[in-house]
Design a protein around this ligand. Structure first.
Ligand code: G4F
Length: 328
């Protein structure tokens, strides 16, 4: 039975990846942070087959202990402070967790593997935020990185450190450059879920409007459940490498609003959406669209859920959850 250790187990990707690996017969361990973390129960209920280990990406010794307990064949490093807007206000802790945390995990894996460096395969969750002020359209593995936020800079550090461990020590370390991926499990601070939750409440008559930031930014949005399949495929390759996972389509926040409101029968949302500078970023990533040719050709990976299906799935899920709790 193969064994996997996942950091960032409480996030949407950690949960979908756990389900995928459990369905493939893996023994799955998840690293969870902090004392009495309120997300313990969420993970236990959603993926009861996962064994939880406590640890923190900023605490090297806790990572070594987790590796010694889990004895993994594969490590998926999904843990990060992942909310871009937060990273300007908390640049140092973002750097410690999202950047240096990757180095801690790589080094812990290197020491744990000892003389058998290929004993453990390593996946790093890199991000399309690394492309930032994009230098090429669409963005691919070879596109020059130009991050626009402390989060993006920290992800670039983790990305290059992963490549460096591969090249320096021969580690089976792969980096997945994932474009935005969403689901009904997405945190409410991200724009897709913020919209789906608000649209459900507006349709139920529980609120009148939603306040957002920049409506013109464009993102390449896919379904998180499709993307975890790509992560797993990367670690099944004989040789480690870097791969872009994306849908190769881009849509603005306005288009997101079009589909989300349409799902509840509202065709004109102009009086329901406000804008506030509070939600604007000091430096915006204006356009992301990925080229996943390499992942199609080498991994045989293609996303299944379209943008339209994704947004409708998220709105429907929030409408149903609201109806179950409020009866509206
Ligand atoms: O949903 P977002 O906060 O996601 P963002 O910044 O693109 O980052 C996400 O995807 C990355 C992959 O490229 C991940 F690495 C990262 O961890 C995270 O998962 O914002 C999307 C866009 C931005 O352009 C933002 O300015 O939506 C715009 N936006 C407009 N109004 C808003 C809002 N974003 C948020 N969160 N809230 C708003 O009110």
């Amino acid at each position: 039975m193969p064994r996997a250790l996942i950091t960032g187990i409480t996030g949407q990707d950690g949960l979908y990846l756990s389900e995928l690996l459990l369905s493939k017969g893996y023994e799955v361990f998840g690293l969870i942070r902090g004392q009495a973390n309120p997300k313990f129960d969420l993970v236990r209920q959603t993926v009861p087959g996962v064994t939880l280990l406590t640890g923190d990406l900023t605490d090297f010794s806790s990572l070594v202990r987790a590796l010694e307990s889990a004895k993994p064949d594969e490590v998926y490093n999904l843990g990060a402070i992942s909310f871009v807007a937060y990273s300007w206000e908390n640049a140092m802790v973002t750097t410690d967790v999202t950047g240096k945390g990757v180095l801690n995990m790589l080094e812990a894996v290197r020491l744990y593997a000892g003389g058998d460096i290929r004993k453990v395969r390593f996946y790093q969750a890199s991000s399309s935020e690394m492309f930032g002020k994009v230098q090429e359209v669409p963005q691919r593995e070879s596109t020059l990185l130009w991050p626009r936020s402390p989060y993006g800079v920290a992800k670039v550090f983790g990305h290059y450190m992963t490549i460096n461990y591969r090249e320096s020590y021969g580690m089976h370390a792969s980096s997945g450059i994932l474009f935005n991926h969403e689901s009904p499990r997405r945190g409410p601070e991200f724009v897709t879920r913020k919209v789906s939750l608000a649209v459900a409440r507006i349709a139920a008559g529980l609120q009148d409007t939603i306040t957002l930031g920049n409506l013109d930014a464009k993102r390449d949005w896919g379904f998180a459940g499709d993307y975890v399949e790509g992560m797993w495929r990367m670690l099944q390759q004989d040789e480690p490498d870097d791969y872009v996972l994306s849908t190769e389509q881009t849509h603005s926040i306005r288009e997101l609003l079009d589909v989300a409101f349409d799902e509840v029968g509202i065709s004109d949302w102009s009086d329901k959406v406000g804008q506030d500078p509070r939600f604007m970023r000091p430096a915006e990533v204006e356009l992301l669209i990925g080229d996943s040719t390499k992942a199609h050709e080498k991994l045989g990976w293609t996303p299944k859920v379209t943008f339209d299906e994704l947004v409708r799935m998220m709105v429907r899920s929030d409408v149903e959850a609201l109806a179950a709790t409020t009866g509206r």
